[in-house]
Design a protein around this ligand. Sequence first.
Ligand SMILES: [Zn+2]
Length: 55
Amino acid sequence: MRKTDMQDRKKLRYERCAVCKRETDVPVDLETSRRRFYIEGAGQLCPACYRELYG
Ligand SMILES: [Zn+2]
């Protein structure tokens, strides 16, 4: 799991979709095994892109 930088600890940051770069509702420090729409090797996707690629 990636650690957040010291400067970024105050604000909660969210992953961006690996495809469309839009911000998702997945916190960056959430374990990848607990994420939805997370693709091993590709990264975090948003629901729309996930559906388009795998739906
Ligand atoms: Zn997307």
